[in-house]
Design a protein around this ligand. Structure first.
Ligand SMILES: Cc1cc2nc3c(=O)[nH]c(=O)nc-3n(C[C@H](O)[C@H](O)[C@H](O)COP(=O)(O)O)c2cc1C
Length: 328
């Protein structure tokens, strides 16, 4: 039996390096993804700012947005030199900006080009090259569209496919609506796996609980969680145990904060603002007494000049105090 795997989805503006370092504190095994970075940004932009990450984040994949094979190959090489563990191609983002650049989800309509992109990257780097896609776009037939895309990326040597189990509607829906409105079709992804037993396939979209994760893993090799992993990060505490039979690196949210403190201290030392780090921690303690006061404290105090580790500790104290209160 192949090892089942868990990944945290690439999310623009959310899964930056601070977020990934925080997630890594809670699981040694979850594979983490960067936000999407366009080939133009990688090739011409401020590389260290866009691509820099800390050693602790491994295993970490960079997600590229683009559709020019030569540029993708060049960008993949730069990312490989930065030390990423995997190069992922975005074939799922529906934003207008991305459509104008003829990449993201609209590439579902150009499977041969996607194959060329994957082949160009595979020829240039020795890392796994993977693809994240949808089941189709607009009025495409999802059987045909996903089969065709898979055929092309497999022929090009793609090492894995993550499928967001809904269509993207390219006209009329915002990217946010495109994450909720087109209906989920998990069985479509299961059928793909049944037809492609040798290709590692992860399923993504709307997955919230371990019961759901285990159900999906009866049919596919991996699960990718996005919003739930971000908004309720404690779910990551169970990844190493549930899928690898290993102890989690920390036991709970309190220990996660403690384990993350040295990273925060290092970043503050470099001049980073506390709120840029703690904004990714607001979901911690969700559902626990004191969580609201914790969030409010961070939201108001972490942005102030001079905010430091004590600011975070004071926020956490709101939860700690509540948990020490005697239960009547
Ligand atoms: C704020 C946000 C930003 C996202 N940015 C990206 C991105 O850069 N690349 C990508 O492939 N998907 C992106 N997505 C989509 C997610 O990777 C994922 O496919 C989607 O949220 C469905 O998974 P979920 O229901 O577990 O959240 C983004 C989602 C969110 C919420």
């Amino acid at each position: 039996m192949t090892q089942k795997f868990f990944t945290v989805a690439p999310m623009m503006d959310w899964t930056d390096r601070h977020c990934r370092a925080f997630h890594r504190v809670m699981s040694r095994r979850a594979r983490l993804y960067t936000e999407m970075v366009t080939t133009g940004a990688v090739i011409f932009g401020p590389r260290e700012r866009l691509l820099g990450f800390s050693d602790a984040e491994h295993p970490v994949a960079v997600q590229l947005g683009g559709s020019n094979p030569a540029e993708l190959a060049q960008a993949a090489k730069i990312c490989a030199d930065f030390g990423y563990d995997e190069i992922n191609l975005n074939v799922g983002c529906p934003s207008d900006r991305v459509q104008n650049g003829r990449f993201g989800a609209c590439l579902m309509q150009e499977p041969l080009l996607v194959g060329e992109c994957v082949a160009a990257m595979k020829a240039t780097v020795s890392l796994p090259v993977t693809v994240k896609c949808r089941i189709g776009v607009d009025d495409q037939d999802t059987e045909e569209a996903l089969n065709r895309l898979t055929e092309c990326v497999v022929a090009a040597g793609s090492d894995e496919l993550t499928v967001h189990a809904r269509k993207a509607w390219l006209q009329g829906l915002s990217p946010k609506e495109n994450r909720d409105i087109p209906p989920l079709d998990y069985p479509r992804v299961y059928r793909l796996k049944a037809a492609r037993p040798d290709l590692p396939i992860a399923i993504n979209g709307g997955i919230k609980t371990w019961a759901e994760i285990h159900q999906h893993l009866k049919h596919v090799d991996g699960v990718m969680l996005g919003r739930v992993a971000y908004h309720e990060p404690e779910i990551l505490l169970s990844v190493d145990g549930e899928l690898y039979g290993e102890e989690p690196p920390v036991a709970d949210g309190f220990e996660a904060v403690e384990a993350y403190e040295p990273y925060i201290a290092e970043q503050l030392e470099k001049g980073e603002r506390l709120s840029n780090i703690t904004r990714h921690m607001l979901g911690l303690f969700t559902g626990q007494p004191g969580a609201r006061a914790y969030r409010r404290h961070l939201a108001t105090e972490a942005t102030k000049p001079g905010a430091n580790l004590n600011t975070l500790r004071d926020a956490v104290a709101h939860v700690r105090v509540k948990q020490l209160e005697p239960v009547e």
